[in-house]
Design a protein around this ligand. Sequence first.
Ligand code: PGA
Length: 264
Amino acid sequence: MTRMPLVAGNWKMNFDHLEATYFVQKLAWLLRDAKFDYSRCELALMPTFTSLRSIQVLVEADNLKIRYGAQTVSVTSQGAFTGDVSADMLAQLGCTYVIVGHSERRKYHPEDDANIVDQVRAVLAAGMQPILCVGESYEERRQGIELEFAVGQVKDVTRDLSEEEAAKLIVAYEPVWAVGTGMVATPDVAQDAASAIRAHIRSAFSDRTAEDLRILYGGSVSSKNAQELIGQPDVDGFLIGGAALDVEELARIARLTLKATTRG
Ligand code: PGA
């Protein structure tokens, strides 16, 4: 595989800045002891806004290779938007990635496709990479329209992007029924969705952009299922919720991903 695998931890609303700092230190120690090769597998953490500055200070002081980012972003750049955080503010904190359109944001906040397109644009304009979350609920799967649905979400968001913008996108296929439920998608289900998403990017943009696009799987990933999932040709890494709150488990998943993707 030529695409660099990415293991990203989505902490959601967990850990204050002290807990976050301790976690990052411990993760760095565990992976140093395991001689983890960050040049062959990227590792990123998405804490709450309140932990970003502490993580930035630690990463810079200790010259850590761990990347980090945010879980959402404002679509505006500044002004009277109480509670919002702009993309430029995140870029100033050294964020590499921003999760956009996570199913929990779509559910609990008024984030529709138009808002998600604007978030993607804001993230790109600030020089970061959006991790766009898509995926069907149980109902769409029951109706057998899961692939149309997930690909449709990608289509809606990428429709007006230039090829250059699309090339910076990362897509996370996260079936809603698998998020936080312990019901992980089978490797075939993850592969079918990832392959359908890649095929859409190929037809909408180019072979090159499709081949370079990183597609993550998310939804109840753990060290028990990571190896099989990453073995799929179109799955390039993970977006991990619950298992990313356990530092040893996250380090295990990162090592399994690295091992599986550098074999041979
Ligand atoms: P989970 O969450 O790993 O706890 O299922 C994944 C996510 O929400 O990104």
